[in-house]
Design a protein. Sequence first.
Length: 378
Amino acid sequence: MIKKCVICDNEFEVKGSGKMCSDDCKRIAYNERAKKWRNRNKDKVSSSAKQRRCNTVDDRNEKLKMKLGDDYDKTVECGICGLRANDLTSHITRIHEMSIQDYKGKYGPIRSEEYLKRQSDRIKGDKNPAAGHNGEYSPFSVNFYLRQGHSQEESEKLAIDKQQSKNHKAGSNCIEYWLNRGHTKEDAKQKLKERQSTNSKSAFIGRYGKEEGIKKWKERQVKWQNTLKSKPQDEIDEINRKKLGGLRNIMGRGYSVISQELFSEIYKCMDNKDVYFAILHDNEIIPDSKNNEYVVKTINGKHRMLDFYIPSLKKCIEFDGDYYHSEKFKKGNIERDRIRESEIKDTISDIQILHVTEKSYRDDPNKVVQECLEFIYE
């Protein structure tokens, strides 16, 4: 039977009473129904009722303690009212009317480790219905659209369109994400700072204390590294490319985030503000902004950008990241870097250049910052 999709008006063949042509259209329909339901029922739970529910926190915690016994201590506590549970998602969004992203930035995790482990075990390996699906369940894959009956050419175009729409969407690690949600520039900067520090070492120490926080942070770093190593090499290269701001046309920048962490720390320790680096604009550090590095037009007509430059002292710090300056990712090119530095030195006489590797900075940030300051003021 041929029907017309109620969402996108595309005709499709269906057996039965289906009204939507694809999973995307079904999700759109579901979200619309959910939105209408929320609008109809938003006044049903009064503020006083919510307050009564919050007033029973101690009683609910006591019942949970009786139910779980020794496992009670493994639950997670709400940072606002003290309610304990294995999963606080519904409590945070309905009672405190706060987004999960905002809550995590301020108070930390919303699910207990025990709960996450159970969820992981429930769908691990062969238990996962989508295990080995070869892209058939991913809207970013050609196979996803082939399974829906599209031709090879149509499937390739739909997959590319989906990928590009994702790339152009500003994520919560971009200041535009917060500005688009109505925050002022200052509030957006603060939100961005909180979001970017969610999984930092200092954030873990704040949640769990110094000793336990450092331990958990190191465990997370190891887990993240193991996850990264398990990916195909081309996917690892893509992750590193994005980390270094390789999507210049989309992101409007061409620098790595970690290099700006180093340069920002150096800048805060300096009295001389005659400095140029990517995110410094009029003596103000603006994360995720357009590149403001010092540009040199060399004697052979090429334009070279200096990572961190002090014109009055003719001192430059170059950050050699793992992706573009390491043989590991097959992008490192010693001869290319040598020619570039030679052109800069031929153009700016008496310039002094210090090279800092990403690995050395990751291994000991404080030591590298100190070495850079000694280089500047020697």
